[in-house]
Design a binder for this molecule. Structure first.
Ligand SMILES: [Zn+2]
Length: 310
């Protein structure tokens, strides 16, 4: 089954600083893992720049222009907050990251790929409409969802987010639109502090499953199988977008969940089943977090292997 891999070298040029966990080495590790022979069948695509129009479907125009205008000299940096730092190449990287997510939607809607994986950085799910935070500048998955509404006329689009952190940015965009559904498992309490089960959106279109620090893969699987998947099935998305963060891995330094690499294969297979039931198999996956390089590479490999095999 045809799967597109969408990325761009410019995503390596976003440099938030030498000691920052969201480093270019993350994407290098991911792309190296996907060079293995088993991934030769991937259709490799260069990420376009997201247009200002596409970004403005999520973010106010003043915000988009403000972010795109931040362009420190090479070697300099600009800190939006203590976590979120822009370098000379960050604005283009952020436009490529959102553009990859948009291109992934077009790939599965035009039908030349059934699934697509956007291997990009900076990540997106913490970026709110009006606020960059948590390493994120533009809300990549939300930009993809808005594009699916605007260009393809879809009326039910879901984002399933298994990053260990709650995607406050995606929720910020989705919670007021009954045509969008946001589902997340995440460690709680943890950054960014949102994602309580009581946060449900205007039309029960937000489903949060917080997990306590130390929760295992079995706890994660139970949350998805017993609570989140039934909610996704009730919504019946025409397109499923996955915020694929791999920092719930037990080796990840930024959080305290204890998933094994195999758990990311399991969740990918279950999400493919949701897409098969409701979305004609169409699934778009966008890279979010994952900060242990070896665990990230192995987890992305098992994720993309499942995309290729199902
Ligand atoms: Zn994360």
């Amino acid at each position: 089954m045809s799967v597109a891999l969408i990325t761009h070298p410019a995503c390596l040029d976003h440099d938030p600083g030498r000691w920052h966990p969201e480093s270019p080495d993350r994407l290098r590790a991911v792309l190296r893992a996907l060079e293995a022979e088993e991934f030769l069948a991937l259709m490799r695509e260069e990420a376009p720049l997201a247009t200002v129009e596409q970004l403005c479907r999520v973010h106010p125009e003043s915000y988009v222009h403000a972010i795109l205008a931040i362009r420190p000299e090479p070697g300099d940096s600009f800190a939006i907050d203590s976590d979120t730092v822009m370098s000379h190449g960050s604005a283009e990287a952020a436009r490529r990251a959102a553009g990859a997510a948009v291109h992934a939607v077009d790939a599965v809607m035009e039908g030349w790929a059934r699934r697509a994986f956007a291997a990009v950085r900076p990540p997106g799910h913490h970026a709110e409409r009006n606020r960059a935070m948590g390493f994120c500048l533009f809300a990549n998955a939300a930009v993809a969802a808005r594009h699916a509404q605007a260009r393809w006329g879809l009326t039910r689009i879901a984002v399933a987010d298994f990053d260990v952190h709650h995607g406050n940015g995606t929720q910020d965009v989705f919670q007021d639109d009954p045509g969008l559904f946001y589902a997340s498992s995440h460690q709680f309490p943890c950054y960014p502090g949102t994602g309580r089960a009581e946060e449900r959106g205007v039309a029960e279109n937000v489903f949060n499953a917080p997990l306590p620090p130390g929760a295992t893969g079995a706890d994660f699987r139970r949350a998805w199988a017993e609570r989140i998947m039934p909610a996704l099935d009730r919504f019946a998305p025409e397109l499923l977008i996955v915020s694929a963060g791999f920092d719930a891995h037990k080796l990840d330094p930024l959080a305290q969940l204890r998933l094994e690499t195999a758990d990311f294969g399991w969740i990918t297979e279950r999400l493919l089943e949701v897409a098969g039931r409701h979305s004609g198999g169409r699934l778009v996956s966008v890279l979010e977090g994952g900060y242990d390089l070896e665990a990230l590479a192995a987890s992305v490999a098992i994720h993309v292997r499942a995309l290729l095999q199902a």
